[in-house]
Design a protein around this ligand. Structure first.
Ligand code: RNT
Ligand code: ZN
Length: 416
């Protein structure tokens, strides 16, 4: 144990915080790492472009092009990240045998057996996402809201297939699978009918979730979004739509992606609001710069605030946390690592905050002291506790982890 840690431990003890307990707690909380940062949301089932209102920019060399490469890259990133992990997979990452192909409405658990093997051998759970984008059956930009019944049916069948695959993931790993429904359906310009697509979306989700599944094993979610590229005027899955869907359909969770709201709205404020009503909620943690840009997560104020709310509400076991960003302009393994480490820092920072003391100040209307204390907390010796946490998790501290990235780039990525 370092001297710096010993001193930090004393400093935190003086404000009533047990750093060892915080470290132990954090070790046990799983955070889902998204496979799609590794290949710019491409997947293995198509050659076409990324569609659905989302976009990656950049062309940094060395992206993963095969399941083996993607898994090796994830392993590298995870070896540099402290804390418990789950793996988040999209349906377009199905792994087919040589010469085999089935379309998304016909996907089966066996097409994800390699992901199960990967997660299981690392003692991790799996989360899952139907892929309602980057596919020729997206008609006029629409999937589950399409007025064309053949199109809508295809995507409903895809959703149902994904429910079956999610249950298979949970049964195999012994860990519940969060299955998130997000569609990019919407319109570039002012729509003539706003309710029609939403009624079809509601019916489509109801049909998907009529597929039998064990509610303790599969946790379906609906993710809202205010707008996307090419769907600036209207999205069917708005915040009100998805929140009300989840509130009126038992077992369905609302999923908030903090890049999916008007720029001055903050998800940190929405977390406690939803926790008043929902037994469980889910998050996509990202960093939007001016829009839903999906920049790599960093340890910034809103990231800290979101983590604080989860801890403050004593809801670490009620919030499913997943990362969701994709930057193709930098080393992708570093992108995974920086984002994952940042969320770990935010959680640790939250666990080292004297919430009871601060709440008491608020309840007693001691707002002067509350402000003073909040400011003092910002310069507590957090870094020493973070380093100790990394060391206890067996991962490198400081910039030492980045040396691994550099040598992996030289020996592996540059040869692709
Ligand atoms: C898009 C949504 C969605 C996707 C992933 C790939 O804006 O955030 O969650 O990022 O499903
Ligand atoms: Zn998201």
């Amino acid at each position: 144990m370092s001297n710096a840690y010993e001193l930090a431990k004393q400093a935190y003890a003086s404000i009533g915080i047990d750093t060892d307990a915080a470290i132990e707690k954090l070790k046990s909380i799983p955070v889902s790492l998204h496979c799609w940062q590794g290949d710019d949301v491409t997947g293995f089932d198509h050659d076409g472009p990324l569609t659905g209102g989302i976009q990656t920019t950049g062309n940094y060399p060395g992206k993963a092009r095969t399941p083996e490469q993607l898994m090796a890259d994830m392993d590298k990133a995870m070896s540099l990240c402290p804390g418990a992990k789950k793996i988040n997979v999209h349906a377009c990452y199905a792994i087919f045998d040589d010469g085999e192909f089935v379309d998304r409405d016909k996907l089966e658990p066996k097409h994800f057996a390699k992901w199960v093997e990967f997660a299981k051998s690392r003692g991790m759970g799996l989360d899952f996402n139907p892929t309602f984008f980057s596919h020729p059956m997206v008609k006029d930009g629409l999937t589950l809201t399409s007025p064309d019944e053949t199109t809508r049916k295809f995507w409903i069948e895809h959703g149902k297939a994904c429910v079956r695959i999610s249950e298979y993931f949970a049964k195999e790993t012994g860990i519940p699978c969060v299955m998130n429904i997000w569609i990019g359906d919407g319109f570039k310009d002012v729509p003539a009918d706003r309710m029609g697509p939403r009624l079809r979306y509601k019916d489509s989700i109801e049909q998907i979730l009529s597929e039998p599944y064990d509610r303790n094993l599969v946790k379906p979610c609906v993710e809202s979004k205010v707008f996307g590229i090419g769907v600036e005027a209207y999205t069917a899955g708005s915040a009100e739509f998805t929140l009300t869907y989840a509130a009126t359909h038992e077992g369905c969770l609302p999923l908030m992606d903090n890049g999916h709201y008007h720029p001055t709205e903050v998800v940190s404020d929405k977390i406690p609001a939803l926790l008043c009503y929902f037994p469980e909620i889910a998050l996509h943690i990202t960093r939007g710069i001016r829009w839903d840009s999906d920049h790599v997560l960093v340890f910034d104020d809103e990231t800290k605030e979101m983590a604080k709310e989860i801890v403050r509400c004593d809801a670490l076991d009620r919030v499913y946390m997943a990362l969701d960003y994709f930057d193709a302009s930098i080393n992708r393994i570093s992108a995974w690592t920086v984002g994952f480490r940042s969320w770990q820092k935010a959680l640790l920072n939250a666990l080292l905050t004297p919430h009871e003391t601060l709440k008491a100040l608020q309840d007693n209307a001691e707002f002067t002291e509350l402000m003073a204390m909040n400011e003092e907390l910002k310069t507590m010796p957090f870094g020493a506790v973070w380093d100790e946490y990394c060391t206890r998790c067996g991962v490198k501290t400081g910039m030492a982890w980045f040396d691994d990235i550099k040598s992996y780039e030289k020996t592996v990525l540059s040869k692709r």
